[in-house]
Design a protein around this ligand. Structure first.
Ligand SMILES: [Mg+2]
Length: 272
């Protein structure tokens, strides 16, 4: 969850101003901020915290918190269809956008088995992204995180992805030259997983994601969420994430609450 938030924050200043290098200042205070990727990750975390132990109301809680946090932070960079969903009672809209994958990381921490993690992934995804590719993108990220948290080697994780989700048959060096902004799961989730595959830390995976010059905040969130589970993050990153959550609430004129959700989720699910 920290990797997702800070991947979003680091990538935010490159979403519409792409670069093709890993050499850049990681946090730039006046230009970096939380976007929709962070808002919806926090919403999924809160839905899990509020849900009944058997997850029977998780779908309802996911809708409730995505709408609450989304409407509280209305100009956070949502896709057009998702914003329409936020403001109209339309139900799932068959999306295969990468929004399903950017927000899903908390489910891997709350689940007690891979099977349960995938079930939770489907529940929180299907409220909007019920297209098979939308569900698959979220499942792939969930599986990577769950396996990383439970001791799998990097090769085991990547083999699991190849066998169940995406071929991962291109290196970043091969992807980078022609890569451009792509918000579909099919065109950004495998590339984000490759950013984790070729990274050697959470920061390095996020730098890889930005360096592809695509949907940098979302790919940073996806690669960062997987890399956090595998490598961990520097201790200072939790307070950096909290400060950006606080800044986002204040920016929208709110009594801050997202950092409280973050802390509650961490203490319930992220302490080993
Ligand atoms: Mg975004």
């Amino acid at each position: 969850m920290i990797g997702a938030i800070l991947g979003d924050v680091v990538g935010s200043r490159f979403e519409f101003d792409p670069i093709k290098t890993k050499r850049f200042q990681l946090f730039k205070a006046d230009e970096c901020h939380c976007t929709d990727d962070t808002m919806m990750t926090v919403a999924v975390a809160k839905a899990l915290l509020d849900s009944a132990p058997d997850w029977s109301d998780l779908s309802l809680k996911a809708v409730e918190w995505m709408q609450k946090i989304g409407l509280d932070h209305p100009r956070a960079g949502y896709g057009r269809s998702f914003f329409y969903w936020l403001t109209h009672d339309i139900g799932p809209y068959n999306s295969f956008g990468n929004g399903s994958a950017m927000r899903v990381s908390p489910v891997a921490y709350a689940a007690r088995s891979l099977e349960e993690a995938l079930k939770l992934s489907d529940i929180v995804t299907a409220v909007t992204h019920d297209h098979p590719e939308g569900l698959k993108g979220a499942r792939a990220v969930t599986a990577c995180i769950y396996l990383a948290l439970h001791g799998a080697s990097k090769e085991e994780i990547l083999q699991h992805v190849r066998e169940n989700y995406y071929p991962l048959d291109r290196t970043l060096r091969q992807i980078r030259p022609d890569y451009h902004f792509d918000v579909t799961c099919m065109g950004s989730v495998p590339e984000s997983i490759q950013c984790f595959a070729e990274g050697d830390s959470c920061e390095d995976a996020i730098r890889n994601a930005v360096s592809l010059g695509g949907d940098s905040d979302t790919m940073g969130a996806i690669a960062g969420s997987i890399a956090e589970a595998f490598y961990g993050v520097p201790e200072s990153w939790a307070s950096v994430a909290e400060s950006y959550l606080l800044q986002a609430d204040l920016w929208f004129g709110l009594d801050p609450y997202m950092a409280d959700i973050f802390r509650e989720f961490r203490s319930r699910y992220m302490t080993k």
